[in-house]
Design a protein around this ligand. Structure first.
Ligand code: ADP
Ligand code: MG
Length: 234
């Protein structure tokens, strides 16, 4: 496959990153990174440690502003949006799983999962019913009342995946979601992300340095020194 395929998705793109640059001080983390994720597509983003994978993911979801280049989520240009609109778009349409859960420590597991729906003014009843359902699907049906600090790393990551999926986002971005987990938990969570993506037609961007994870993707994009190219998968 050729590099141009990166910008020519099969169907409607849910994420388009075009020639993004991002510098931290003198450190050029991204020097022309581009990728596209189509609806229903699973894209693995791989590359050596320090190549800019997390920076690219953070720019893709608007947690970091790109210095130049364009990022579009569901056809909306993040660079020209107001902060509040960008936050709302991320909360409604993007499911984010970071490497280490990132749950709110003062909230119970169920409150963490219900929170995105409560912020969307869904009723408490609906939000907590959905939270219970997603905790069950993520394989932790009994942890709803526990605080994150009372859970194991694997349980916390399962809760984080439940929280990412509870809004049924059209774009799911996960940064090494299984990196810190034992093989069985990692496999279960990866399986859940792929299954839900296939069910809902969400696009999935999976940052990973695990070849077995990359092999499950439709397409692989490789980052090296802040530049993207097409990988060997697909
Ligand atoms: P990866 O996820 O592929 O390991 P990162 O995106 O974390 O790579 O990092 C890419 C480069 O950007 C590294 O040189 C890293 O030190 C630098 N970097 C990332 N985030 C920051 C930050 N918030 N401040 C300063 N430098 C950063
Ligand atoms: Mg990283």
């Amino acid at each position: 496959m050729t590099a141009t395929d990166l910008t020519e998705p099969r169907t409607t793109p849910v994420l388009e990153v075009d020639d993004v640059h991002k510098t931290f001080g003198r450190d050029e983390a991204l020097r022309g990174a581009s990728l596209t994720v189509a609806a229903g597509e699973v894209v693995a983003l791989t590359g050596p440690s320090g190549s800019g994978k997390s920076t690219l993911l953070h720019c893709a979801v608007g947690l970091l502003a790109a210095d130049s280049g364009v990022v579009r989520v569901l056809d909306r240009d993040l660079g020209t949006m107001r902060d509040a609109d960008r936050s709302r778009l991320r909360r409604r349409e993007v499911g984010l799983v970071l490497q280490f859960g990132q749950l709110a420590p003062e909230l119970t597991a169920a409150q963490n999962v219900a929170l995105p729906l409560l912020l969307e003014r869904r009723s408490r009843r609906a939000a907590f019913a959905a939270a219970e359902q997603w905790l069950e699907r993520a394989g932790v049906p009994d942890v709803g009342d526990a605080l994150p600090g009372e859970l194991s790393g694997g349980q916390q990551q399962r809760v984080a995946v439940a929280r990412a999926l509870v809004t049924q986002p059209l774009l799911v971005c996960a940064d090494e979601p299984t990196g810190a987990l034992d093989a069985l938990t990692g496999e279960a969570l990866l399986g859940l992300l792929l299954e839900v993506g296939a069910e809902t037609g969400a696009g999935l961007l999976l940052v990973t340095h695990d070849n077995r994870v990359a092999a499950r993707a439709d397409r692989e994009v490789v980052l090296r020194d802040g530049r993207t190219s097409a990988g060997v998968v697909a």
